[in-house]
Design a protein around this ligand. Structure first.
Ligand SMILES: Cc1cc2nc3c(=O)[nH]c(=O)nc-3n(C[C@H](O)[C@H](O)[C@H](O)COP(=O)(O)O)c2cc1C
Length: 218
């Protein structure tokens, strides 16, 4: 398989802040043709407002696992982008150890994608585009999503939300704390089921010689 298939070479996603003893693994390379065909068939296009909910799993500085749901903002052959608060726990974890897993689940026993990879901060343009593409509610949330706000009584949270909305009749600028990451895959696993035969996975793994494909038990 051609390891350089796709949209060209990507920068080495090193982990300058990685905890001692951790390794980001192989240098990510663009998704190969056949995996890309599946991704574009399965996932909605970036301009579809109904964004996929993905489980983002990270490693904390003690080596423990963590996970939460985020929206998949966009994807291309270099990776999967999501956006978040720069002061969030996940952002701090990624700073220390960029290794992640992403799970995308379809309803019922139908489909699943699991991506293992390395997260790197998205470029400023991509972060700005993702903010503009978010709904007004999510744009406002990026301003008011603080632990102090969360600790207020419900009435006060409602009043402050409404006041902030009134103070910004023309919409919201991008807050400085808004950031984003691109997960560059080093393994892509597509799970499918069938009512009349065993489920199975198709897996692409990135090694020193590029991407390798295998069928795996479901
Ligand atoms: C359906 C759904 C979508 C979400 N989308 C995002 C998102 O795109 N970005 C984000 O930062 N948090 C999102 N959240 C909130 C996260 O799950 C999480 O609570 C928050 O980001 C804090 O996570 P952390 O403390 O691990 O950083 C979403 C939650 C749900 C349930």
């Amino acid at each position: 398989m051609n390891p350089s298939a796709g949209s060209g070479p990507v920068a080495v996603a090193g982990s300058p802040g990685a905890a001692p003893g951790t390794s980001p693994g192989p240098v990510p390379a663009p998704v190969p043709d056949d995996a890309w065909a599946l991704l574009t068939d399965w996932l909605p296009a970036d301009d579809d407002p109904d964004r996929p909910q993905i489980t983002l799993s990270t490693v904390d500085p003690d080596g423990g696992p963590d996970a939460r749901t985020v929206l998949l903002s966009s994807f291309d052959r270099d990776g999967f982008a999501f956006h978040t608060d720069a002061a969030s726990r996940k952002a701090a974890q990624l700073e220390a150890d960029p290794r992640v897993a992403v799970t995308v689940l379809w309803p019922g026993f139908t489909r699943q994608i699991v991506v293992r990879g390395v997260a790197a901060r998205a470029d400023d343009d991509r972060i700005a585009r993702a903010y503009r593409a978010r709904s007004p509610y999510l744009q406002q949330l990026a301003w008011l999503n603080s632990h102090d706000f969360a600790a207020l009584p419900l009435d006060e949270r409602r009043a402050r939300w409404a006041a902030f909305e009134r103070e910004h009749p023309d919409g919201f600028e991008q807050p400085t704390g808004w950031t984003g990451f691109v997960v560059r895959p080093t393994r892509l696993t597509f799970w499918t089921s069938a009512p009349d035969t065993a489920s199975r996975r198709r897996e692409w793994s990135l090694g020193p010689d590029g991407w390798a494909h295998a069928y795996r038990a479901g």
